[in-house]
Design a protein around this ligand. Structure first.
Ligand code: DGY
Length: 323
C-alpha cells in the first residue's frame, strides 16, 4: 500500500508542514481554502471519494460524513489532541483509522494553563481594566487582592501529559501538595510527588483545580452545583481541557454568589461563547478563546503530525496518534 495518488481532503487552511508532508508523499490534496470552519454542506460535498480526511476539532465527523466520504476512506486525522468530535466507534466499525496529535502541544497548553492561573489568581485583568478606566486611585491595603500559590494544594483532574506539565511547572511556585484525580494511578506522578485521590477529596482539599482531562461521558459536567458545594470558598478553577467538563450555569451561580473565588476558562461550552453569555460579565471569570496550543511551534508540529499520520496509514505504518 502506498500514499502515491491518494486523495486527501483538508478542512481548513493549515500551517505549511502538514501540506509539505502530504505533497512529498505524492498525495492529491484538496483543501477548504479558508481560515473559517467549513460549512457542513460543503464538507459533505467535498469528501466524496477521498482516501484520507485531515480535519479540525470544529468538524463533527459522524455517520453522515463517513457515508458521504464513501468506501475508500482509510483515515481520519484530526489536527488536535481532543477527538470528541469524531465518531470513533463508527470509524472502527468501518475499519477507518482515527489519529490525533499527542505530545506536540503539551508545552504550549501547560504554559497557557499556568499563565491563566496566575492571571486569574492575581486578578491581573481587573488591574489592567482599572488603569485603563482611570480607576487607579491611591494605594489601598485591600484593593484587588488575590491568592498566591505558595503553600497551596494543587488539584489536577487528568494527570496526562498536560496535567503533568502543569504540575511540574507550578511546583517551583512553592505549591505544598499536589493531588490528582484520574481514571487510574499513573506511575510518573511519583516524579512530582503527586497523590492519587478520589474526585470528592480533590474537590474538598484543593485550593486550585486545573482541569486537564478529555471530554468523555464520564467527565461531562463533572463540575456542577453539587461539586462546587464541596469546594473551599477560596478555590480557583482553571479549565484548559474541554468546556463540557463544567456545567456553565452552575459555574455562573457559584462564581456570582461567592461560593468559589474565581475561574479561568480557555475552553467553554459552546465555543465560541457568545459575548452576552452571563459568565463573560463576571469579573472573577477570565475567559480566553481556546488558545492553549496557539504557538507557532505547536501549530506547525500539529499540522506536521496530522499529515504524517495520514501518510503512515496509507503506507501501512503505525501513526503516532492512533486512537
Ligand atoms: C487540542 O489539541 O485538542 C486543543 O484543544 C487545541 O488547542
Amino acid at each position: 500500500m502506498s500514499s502515491e495518488g491518494k486523495k486527501v481532503y483538508i478542512t481548513r487552511r493549515i500551517p505549511q508542514p502538514g501540506l509539505d508532508i502530504l505533497k512529498n508523499a505524492g498525495c492529491l490534496i484538496s483543501i477548504w481554502d479558508s481560515d473559517e470552519a467549513i460549512p457542513r454542506e460543503e464538507l459533505l460535498k467535498n469528501v466524496s471519494g477521498i482516501d484520507g480526511l485531515f480535519c479540525m476539532l470544529t468538524d463533527p465527523i459522524d455517520v453522515e460524513v463517513l457515508n458521504a466520504a464513501g468506501q475508500n476512506l482509510m483515515v481520519v486525522a484530526t489536527m488536535s489532541v481532543g477527538f470528541e468530535h469524531i465518531d470513533v466507534a463508527e470509524c472502527r466499525k468501518r475499519g477507518i483509522k482515527v489519529c490525533n496529535t499527542p505530545n506536540v502541544s503539551t508545552d504550549s497548553v501547560a504554559e497557557l494553563t499556568v499563565a491563566l492561573l496566575l492571571l486569574t489568581a492575581r486578578r491581573l485583568l481587573e488591574g489592567v481594566d482599572a488603569v485603563e478606566k482611570g480607576q487607579w486611585g491611591p494605594w489601598k491595603p485591600m484593593w484587588l487582592c488575590g491568592i498566591e500559590m505558595s503553600q497551596r494544594t494543587l488539584g489536577i483532574l487528568g494527570l496526562g501529559r498536560i496535567g503533568y506539565g502543569v504540575a511540574r511547572r507550578l511546583k517551583p511556585f512553592g505549591i505544598k501538595r499536589i493531588i490528582y484525580s484520574d481514571v487510574c494511578k499513573v506511575a510518573y506522578a511519583d516524579d512530582i510527588g503527586a497523590e492519587f485521590v478520589d474526585f470528592d477529596t480533590m474537590c474538598k482539599e484543593a485550593d486550585v483545580i486545573c482541569i486537564c482531562c478529555n471530554l468523555t461521558p464520564q467527565t461531562r459536567h463533572k463540575f456542577n452545583k453539587t461539586t462546587f458545594g464541596k469546594m473551599k470558598k477560596s478555590v480557583i478553577i482553571i479549565n484548559t481541557g474541554r468546556g463540557g467538563v463544567i456545567n456553565h450555569d452552575d459555574l455562573y451561580d457559584a462564581l456570582k454568589s461567592g461560593q468559589i473565588f474565581a475561574a479561568g476558562l480557555d475552553v467553554t461550552e459552546p465555543e465560541p461563547l457568545p459575548a452576552d453569555h452571563p459568565l463573560v460579565s463576571l469579573p472573577n471569570c477570565i475567559i480566553l478563546p481556546h488558545m492553549g496550543s496557539n504557538t507557532w511551534d505547536s501549530r506547525n508540529s500539529m499540522s506536521e503530525t496530522a499529515g504524517k499520520n495520514i501518510v503512515a496509514v496509507f503506507n501501512s505504518d503505525v501513526p503516532v496518534g492512533a486512537i
